[in-house]
Design a protein around this ligand. Sequence first.
Ligand SMILES: [Zn+2]
Length: 422
Amino acid sequence: MSLDSEYSEQENIDNKLCIKEESTYPFSNKISYKECKNNVTKRSFNYLIIKEGVYPVNSEFPSKKQKTNNSMPSKIKRSPQHYKIPYNYIVETTWGRAIKKRTVRCEIDYNKDTHIYQFQIKYGSDFQQVVSSNISPTTVAKIYEQALNPNTKATISGHIAPPLFSVIPINNIVFDELHVFLRITDRLWALVIAEIKEHDLFNDLTRKVIVDEMQRLKVSFYFWENKDSKTWEYTSLVGDDKEIVIKSFNLQLLFRSSRANLIRKLWDDFYELYCSMKNKTTDPIQLKKQALDWLLLFLTPSQGNPNDLNFTQGLYLPNQITSYMHVLVYHGWELLKKHQRWGLRAFSCSAVEKKNHNQVSAFFRKTLKNGGNLLKRKPAIQEIIEFENRTLYFTCNPLKEPNSVKKLRIKRKTSKGFIRVY
Ligand SMILES: [Zn+2]
């Protein structure tokens, strides 16, 4: 097992790379491996074979049915033509020079009962530190890289700066697909409104055209003027309504035909891109291409001189790209690739949002909202959580059926007749 298996793709690219392997094994247990280009050594590794290992009889790689101890179970495909993996194998690998010199001990074990391989890399001065995986040698090599350098940019391409929120490792971050849709739709809509304003056409008539079109789409939408800032504000649409608008809003009502068609294409392609991203059967490479094409469309440049007749107006500028667009275009495909088993929808935060909504509604509906009692005032969050605790408690411990209320009736005689006292 060598640590360089992840570089194997690069080796094919450079056909002038020559590999020198010096070994007299089994006479000597040392093997030296070098990669040279134009007679210059690019990389070299020294291996010390401690245990050669044996090939398991009828070895199998963990199949879908078998459980693994790791957090990444099942679905490991290993074609029959793949090289066999030995077990009870220990090799020390050394590379780098001077202070960069490192030695690790790579070990492979195999459990005959469960057919599970255990790949380990031991490191440190006394090999006292261990990382392991039961997926593949490459996986354990990646885990080792991560352990050594937590900010490694190995798996997120183009990631340069340390994460803003370093509590969560960068590799564990997935975007929320719903918000990708919501925020990009907001941007596309705002760009249309901005364009109308730019042409000084954002007047009562245009606003009426928009509101009427929204009515046709059965989306409730209004404009109103903010008295303080003197700006026009409009309804912030919910997700379902945004979807209707992005799919069906008739842009021909607002722009000349060619312009409307161009913006319509941008909106249609965005919606298609969003659907591909949500679909876990989408090929990530296809998604990457589709996303880049969409970005190019977004950035369609103008052609010609604005005063000429044959001038064609482009779409938008690079400074109008938002971070959600960036993440969709440049990272959507790799997130899909990484989480294809579940699809990106599995990471949707809508359940959390729903809970937030429920709690906020419960707070305004059912609690005392501090009851006006300043001395007993509790923070809102405490009231919400206490309310939730009570609800959960009585869901798990239902109260006994209450005894039916008995009415006692005492009759007392007075001079004027009977008075009933309850
Ligand atoms: Zn990025």
